[in-house]
Design a binder for this molecule. Sequence first.
Ligand code: NAG
Ligand code: NAG
Length: 313
Amino acid sequence: MVALVLVLVVRVQRRARWDPRTCPTDLRGKTAIVTGANTGIGFHVALDLARRGARVILACRCPVRGGAARDRIRIQSGNHQVQLRTVDLGSMESIRQFAQNIIKEEPELHLLVNNAGASGLPQKMTEDGFDLMFATNHLGPFHLTNLLLDLLKLSAPSKIVIVASSNHHNGTVDFRHFRGESLVYHADYVYNHTKLHNVMWSRQLAKRLEGTGVCVNSVHPGYVMTEVLRNYPLYIKVIVNMIGFFFFKSSEEGAVAPLYCAVSEEMDGVTGKYVDSDCSLALPSATARDDTLGREGFETCAKLTSNKLSANL
Ligand SMILES: *[C@@H]1O[C@H](CO)[C@@H](O)[C@H](O)[C@H]1NC(C)=O
Ligand SMILES: *[C@@H]1O[C@H](CO)[C@@H](O)[C@H](O)[C@H]1NC(C)=O
């Protein structure tokens, strides 16, 4: 009983220092893209942006689940400017088509939330010959962001939010892994690796975007019970969900720190930072701050996506 009370206290005390419900930012006339918005953190980020009046484009892989999310967000926010566009972040061609349509049809883009990510995937190669988790969590978002950079610059001040994780502290930089060439495959290892690359990338991108009015920050949303567990076996889901009720955040709580980066006035003009789950600026790992590695990662990814735009950065 005492333990239960203590646990409940712990749960209550984990509040962030910023609350989206008291943040007055109005987004009418602004356009936002949220990847992986059909569920979890992405869904709640998109819902909050829609409530603020933004035109919100849900970038999801599955048309059925994405469509259901779009309908729920429209109903819950009363905002009918919520659209679904499908994209598979594991496919460079799908990303190119998605970005091409956005550039053709949207005159402006003020906010890009790179939220989509996967964990626990078995080793698999994408059609482009990349490790699937690496492509989904890092290379795909990297490619997408580069293709949308001109539009973001044109619409400045604009913001890019990259959902990373404090797991990046345990990540190892391993360029062999981009094409799945590491000798060992361990889902946890790859996940941590992709999140480290996300933090390094956000810092490099911020440097390259200095003076453009486009801000880029990465964020640790906290440990959230969401669909990130989707690819794990049922028994792991059950165990994690039981423990998780007390120690993990709900997806709504997990959306708070990404929303802090996206809509809080405190983050206006702030770029190249790493935001912790309590909505404070934090120092990422020493590896994440290594600019030589960061540049190498950035240039390698730019070559892999053979994206002229990023090569010019
Ligand atoms: C990945 O990161 C988590 C949390 O930071 C850590 O507990 C885990 O041991 C790491 N896994 C590997 C294989 O490094
Ligand atoms: C994960 O990182 C933390 C913080 O740097 C460290 O204390 C811990 O030993 C690491 N765990 C693993 C499994 O590497």
